[in-house]
Design a protein around this ligand. Structure first.
Ligand SMILES: [Fe+2]
Length: 199
């Protein structure tokens, strides 16, 4: 699996370069996804480096600008071009807990051809723990730290008014599923034992 992702150092360099092209909160958000994914994943038998790197690069499509659905498409393309198919896959799957494009709450800022390409590739994937982990961590990671999942979802809904109810329910189920496997709550693990109120 490691050959499908860059090293941590290379991943940091890719993110830094992306942030030079399009500075924004997405950098700190990505770092929080990476840290929380590593914290949760390493405790349930997933590879810590993989969790960190795929978390760090899940939003790398934002290097191209303030895009909505297009950040998924361009991130997926970019990671495949660099030879990191696992990162490309996560760029594609992280926004789709429902595994269908209509589950995206934002604007479809792509051509019809690109949308079809995205949908076909999304449908060809059988989600695994890494896809699900980043979907979860994307929903607990703000720019300034780990957030309660309900607060983070409210924040997303305020920016993406079409966020589907079904997606919210699936995301809350993901939290329950990972907590069952962890044997504790995700905040204890991701906030290093502190409560989320410290963030
Ligand atoms: Fe994200």
């Amino acid at each position: 699996m490691k050959q499908q992702i860059p090293t941590r150092e290379t991943a940091e360099a890719i993110l830094s370069e992306g942030l030079k092209l399009n500075p924004g909160k997405w950098g700190d958000h990505s770092r929080n996804v990476a840290a929380s994914a590593e914290a949760i994943g390493s405790r349930i038998g997933l590879d810590p480096d993989t969790c960190y790197v795929i978390g760090l690069l899940h939003d790398i499509g934002r290097r191209y600008g303030n895009l909505q659905l297009a950040h998924v498409y361009y991130g997926w393309k970019y990671m495949n071009e660099l030879g990191y198919p696992l990162c490309a896959r996560i760029c594609l799957t992280h926004s789709f807990a429902m595994q269908k494009l209509e589950g995206y709450g934002g604007a479809f800022d792509l051509t019809e051809k690109e949308i079809n390409e995205l949908e076909q590739n999304l449908q060809s994937i059988v989600y695994d723990d890494y896809d699900r982990l980043i979907q979860l961590c994307d929903n607990i990671s703000g720019a300034s730290g780990i957030m309660k999942i309900e607060d983070r979802i409210s924040d997303i809904i305020s920016r993406y008014p079409n966020y589907p109810q079904e997606k919210m329910e699936l995301t809350l189920q993901l939290k329950d599923e990972f907590e069952r496997r962890l044997g504790t709550d995700i905040y204890t693990v991701t906030c290093d034992g502190h409560t989320v109120d410290h963030y």
